[in-house]
Design a protein around this ligand. Structure first.
Ligand code: PGA
Length: 248
């Protein structure tokens, strides 16, 4: 049985005050709830604050990005060892906003994935196609390229130490959610692709869906056999809404 996993990606939002009440709301709303692994992803600067607030709770925290380099003269970057140093357990790699706004290639994403593993962080690998690619019937090809570049870098075994987030770019922040069937179709494709190389691992790996998930549609998406949870953006900025999604 794969454990359920739900992440809240806060992106570049919030202030000390907002985050403090958001975390409080989540801790209260999820007290005693153990049916899913829950992780929040604040901006780097708020990580120590969130860590302090979460101590004693079962909610984990992670970073939204990590450098592909180990250390050195990389102004503005944050290394995997620094994240590990402050007690981070998870890190997002290859989020579509990183790929599309900052031009991260699959190769760079694979290097970030590898850095995360080297420092015992769990990378959450985000993959997914744009609307143009979907309309051109290239969804499988795009997802395959994104996945295989990582496998080429770290080997299929290492995928077992990650979470995969299928996030169709056209569904992120747009209010356009993939239908449960559309999500299931790609999740099943991802699992089968991994199974071709490592059957046991394909069975165990958590594959979560992201893209306009909210309390109103979470249950029907999470019900799909190959969907193991979600990566939530906008709706994770409201404690009640996020708690409801987690409980779905
Ligand atoms: P959204 O974002 O839920 O706001 O669509 C999801 C994500 O970017 O991970």
């Amino acid at each position: 049985m794969r454990r359920r996993w739900v992440g809240g990606n806060w992106k570049m939002n919030g202030s000390l005050e907002d985050i403090s009440s958001l975390v409080d709301g989540m801790i209260t709303g999820l007290a005693g709830f153990e049916d899913a692994e829950v992780v929040v992803f604040p901006s780097f600067v708020y990580l120590p604050k969130v860590k302090g607030q979460l101590s004693g709770s079962k909610i984990f925290f992670g970073a939204q990005n990590v450098s592909q380099f180990d250390h050195g003269a990389y102004t503005g970057e944050v290394s995997a060892s620094m994240l590990a140093d402050i007690g981070c357990k998870f890190v997002l790699v290859g989020h579509s906003e990183r790929r599309h706004v900052y031009g991260e290639t699959s190769e760079v994403v694979a290097e970030k994935f590898s850095q995360a593993l080297s420092h015992r962080l769990t990378p959450v690998l985000c993959i997914g196609e744009t609307l143009e690619q979907r309309e051109a019937n290239q969804t499988e090809q795009v997802v395959l390229e994104q996945l295989n570049t990582v496998i080429g870098e770290v080997g299929v075994e290492s995928l077992g130490r990650s979470v995969i987030a299928y996030e169709p770019v056209w569904a992120i922040g747009t209010g356009l959610t993939a239908t449960p069937e559309q999500a299931q179709e790609v999740h099943s494709f991802i699992r089968k692709t991994i199974a071709l190389q490592h059957e046991a691992l394909a069975d165990e790996i958590q594959i979560v869906y992201g893209g306009s998930v909210k309390a109103a549609n979470a249950a029907e998406i999470f019900e799909m056999p190959d969907v193991d949870g979600g990566l939530i953006g906008g709706a994770s900025l409201k404690a009640n809404e996020f708690v409801e999604i987690v409980k779905s």
